[in-house]
Ligand binder design. Structure first.
Ligand SMILES: NC(=O)c1ccc[n+]([C@@H]2O[C@H](COP(=O)([O-])OP(=O)(O)OC[C@H]3O[C@@H](n4cnc5c(N)ncnc54)[C@H](O)[C@@H]3O)[C@@H](O)[C@H]2O)c1
Length: 323
């Protein structure tokens, strides 16, 4: 069985490829290796997949705005499952660089969705985001709630993906599962995200701007829980013939202050923090309701922030060669 994973050089994409490769699937990875953050890290992820799974993994450097190239991949390799994770990520970056979000997250999304429809793909999964909930304060956040008040362009592109996928279901009967991820962290994680930056600040004294004076709460979700959920969703009979959106989180909300304190205890180091006011586009708190996910896959994310941070710090120290 062949799986096509877009954004395979990205954080979640790399781990998603790995989980399917371990289960002996063939995996086709697509990514444009853009320089939003370290291209070296993106290449490292691809190298690891290519070296460890030589006969099962193939990588294609393609920009999803190029529909012809995507079509060729579908025609030649005939994947059975598509997991679309490529996107321009980041809430704050979308304020200064809106064009990139429209290109990758709207046009790129449409191109892969439409190619998948033409190829009659039965299992189309795509990354949405907890940011679609905006500042909804009815915690935990359930897929049943209305989501029509996004605070950033990034969130608006993710909500648009869900709407477009819904319309494809209504028009063509094309089925898909939108996965609303909640603040994912772990090994080979994104350097632009809080957890990674916190360690940079601890070990290398890099200045970390902490928004809203750290009065933020996030449903931090360890990467293994995310990719296990994706894998189990791809096997679930309960998704067949449906158009769904599903939360993928840890199901608990932790304050940033608590995380900073805990990492300080674990590392014995003091971070270089600069507290600043709330930023446009940011939401104050996220906390996922996982009843829908549990009903679909009979699995619930397990790794709490204490264990997850131990694993993440362990990886970070090896990666940066810190004793
Ligand atoms: N990490 C999180 O906490 C989180 C939370 C919510 C949603 N998401 C979503 O999950 C997905 C994966 O996130 P991630 O954290 O792995 O991000 P990431 O930035 O590490 O990975 C995205 C990858 O997509 C590639 N890409 C971007 N535009 C492209 C294009 N036009 N053509 C081809 N490749 C392109 C990038 O080069 C990158 O490698 C994204 O859609 C993101 O919006 C992530």
């Amino acid at each position: 069985m062949t799986v096509l994973v877009t954004g395979s050089a990205g954080f979640i994409g790399y781990h998603t490829c790995k989980v399917f490769l371990k289960k002996k699937y063939k995996v086709l990875g697509i990514d444009n290796l853009n320089p939003y953050y370290s291209v070296k890290l993106k290449k490292k992820r691809i190298d690891l997949l290519s070296e460890n799974y030589k006969s099962q993994f193939q990588f294609f450097k393609i920009d999803l705005t190029n529909k012809e190239k995507i079509k060729k991949i579908f025609n030649k390799y005939k994947p059975k499952i598509v997991i679309h994770l490529a996107a321009q990520a980041g809430v704050r970056y979308s304020i200064e660089n809106p064009d990139q979000y429209i290109k990758s997250n709207i046009l790129g999304f449409f191109n892969i969705l439409d190619c998948a429809r033409v190829a009659k793909i039965k299992f189309f999964f795509y990354a949405s985001s907890s940011s679609v909930y905006g500042n909804n304060k009815n915690f935990p956040l359930s897929e049943k709630y209305r989501t029509d008040d996004q605070l950033s362009l990034y969130a608006a592109t993710k909500k648009s993906n869900e709407i477009i996928a819904r319309s494809y279901f209504n028009i063509f009967g094309f089925k898909s599962v939108g996965m609303r991820f909640f603040t994912v962290y772990g090994p080979y994680g994104r350097p632009d995200m809080f957890m990674f930056k916190l360690l940079e600040s601890m070990y290398f004294k890099k200045k970390l701007y902490v928004y809203n004076n750290a009065d933020h709460f996030r449903d931090f979700t360890y990467i293994d829980d995310v990719v296990n959920s994706i894998f189990l969703l791809s096997k679930s009979k309960k998704i067949i013939n449906k158009n769904l959106v599903v939360n993928i989180g840890r199901g608990s909300s932790i304050g940033l202050k608590k995380i900073i304190k805990y990492v300080q205890e674990l590392t014995g180091k003091k971070p270089n923090l600069k507290f600043i006011k709330m930023q446009k586009g940011d939401v104050k708190k996220t906390h996922s309701d996982l009843s829908n996910l549990r009903s679909l896959i009979e699995y619930s994310p397990k790794i709490d922030y204490r264990k997850g941070l131990l694993l993440f710090i362990d990886w970070y120290k090896k990666y940066k060669k810190i004793n």
